[in-house]
Design a protein around this ligand. Structure first.
Ligand code: HEM
Length: 145
């Protein structure tokens, strides 16, 4: 990912994170509209902490792009933990779609095709690492049974 693309992601992330709670409620509204069954994964979490978690998650996505090797181990254990949260592989696609829809709604016309492509690419890389680690965690669990 080139420097200009990373800077574009950083700038949009900072702005999105500034309106943290509003951004988060928009995101979860989109997510549950796409798949209402995902609500059950978040039943014990209050909105305020979801906002913090969402921004921490996106911070990981954006912050790691300059040196992916540093965040890969973090993302791998995050991916393995998500298995324990009840997250399935197909959910990553839904979360990715909800994220792009949220950014599009938040930024309006300023969400250019370049910015959309940058976010889609970054989410794809990060979720790919998490999904691989989740698969390995699941395979390990099955081998141990
Ligand atoms: C790029 C993809 C994702 C990233 C970077 C990410 C990041 C995070 C982070 C940082 C946490 C805080 C807890 C921890 O560190 O273990 C978390 C929790 C959680 N995530 Fe994700 N996540 C991603 C995808 C997903 C997907 C696809 C789902 C499924 C709907 C999901 C559902 C959850 C749930 C249920 C929790 C626990 C909430 C709680 O009970 O506190 N995440 N995520």
């Amino acid at each position: 990912m080139d420097d200009q693309t990373i800077r574009m992601l950083e700038t949009t992330f900072v702005e999105f994170a500034r309106g943290k709670e509003e951004s988060a409620s928009l995101f979860y509204e989109r997510l549950f509209a796409l798949d209402p069954s995902l609500r059950r994964l978040f039943v014990n979490v209050e909105m305020k902490s979801l906002a913090t978690k969402l921004m921490a998650a996106l911070g990981l996505v954006v912050g790691g792009l300059r040196d992916l090797s540093k965040v890969v181990p973090v993302l791998e254990s995050l991916g393995a933990r998500h298995v324990g949260y009840g997250v399935e592989e197909a959910h990553y696609q839904t979360v990715g779609t909800a994220l792009i829809q949220t950014l599009a709604l938040s930024f309006g016309d300023r969400f250019t095709p370049d910015i959309r492509a940058a976010w889609t690419g970054a989410y794809g890389v990060v979720s790919g690492v998490m999904i691989d680690a989740a698969r390995r965690a699941l395979a390990g669990n099955q081998a141990a049974e």
